[in-house]
Design a binder for this molecule. Structure first.
Ligand SMILES: [Fe+2]
Length: 234
């Protein structure tokens, strides 16, 4: 099973603070049945250029890869790209795609999105050979963006949600309903550490398996993006 959103690279962002912690996150993920995991550190255009970000990511990944042991999930590199004005026009967007795919994991502002923002996301989706995957969509729902989400879905934008969406009693029903309707396209733990934001995707998958018909779950898994580089894109 794929975890498409995590902060497991040591000392890269506000996620794992050491190689040891990264290994614990990976071990815990493996115990939960995760076989592949995308390391998606935060990319903030105001902080680093894409090139500098990629250099730092490569250095952090090298430290982790050196320490990997058999039986851990396979790690792919990516980024959780924070939306900014003009994002659809930067040249280096492709460099921020998830490894072996054309997927841009995009984090949107936690506020009501303006029409201009929605249009800019649609522009990335339509003009740049990029598949936009909105990160943790459940976190935008309180801002009454369901119309905006529908509009983006109609443009081909895909949606990722976090494990917690299925684990909180407040949101579980909504999460299951959205998955059944095909409004969720990928799942992520969004794990940052072993204490306040640990990997819990395995638990979420158990909830899903208990709550949705087997065919729905099978179809969902069949349509997951393939990060292995063997083909199929989202
Ligand atoms: Fe994240």
């Amino acid at each position: 099973m794929l975890d498409i959103h995590s902060h497991i690279l040591p000392k890269m962002d506000d996620g794992s603070s050491s190689v040891e912690e990264s290994l614990k996150l990976l071990r815990t993920s493996a115990e939960q049945g995760i076989t592949e995991i995308a390391a998606t550190p935060h990319f903030y255009a105001s902080q680093y250029s894409p090139q500098k970000f990629l250099e730092r990511r490569a250095a952090c990944a090298a430290q982790l890869l050196e320490a990997l042991t058999p039986g851990l999930p396979r790690v792919y590199l990516g980024a959780e790209v924070c939306y900014f004005d003009g994002i659809s026009r930067i040249d280096e967007l492709e460099a921020l795609w998830l490894q072996n795919t054309n997927i841009l994991l995009l984090e949107m502002p936690f506020a009501k999105w303006s029409r201009r923002m929605v249009n800019e996301v649609a522009e990335i989706q339509n003009r740049r050979d990029t598949q936009v995957l909105l990160a943790h969509i459940e976190r935008y729902l309180p801002f009454h963006n369901s119309d905006a989400l529908q509009a983006l879905r109609a443009q081909g934008v895909k949606m990722q949600c976090n494990a917690l969406f299925f684990l909180s009693w407040r949101t579980k029903r909504k999460a299951v309903k959205m998955l059944q309707r095909g409004e969720i396209n990928a799942l992520g733990s969004d794990c940052h550490n072993m204490t306040t934001r640990p990997p819990r995707l395995g638990e979420a998958i158990q909830v899903i398996q208990k709550s949705v018909e087997r065919d729905v779950w099978r179809e969902f898994q069949r349509n997951l993006p393939d990060l292995s580089g063997k083909g199929e894109r989202l």
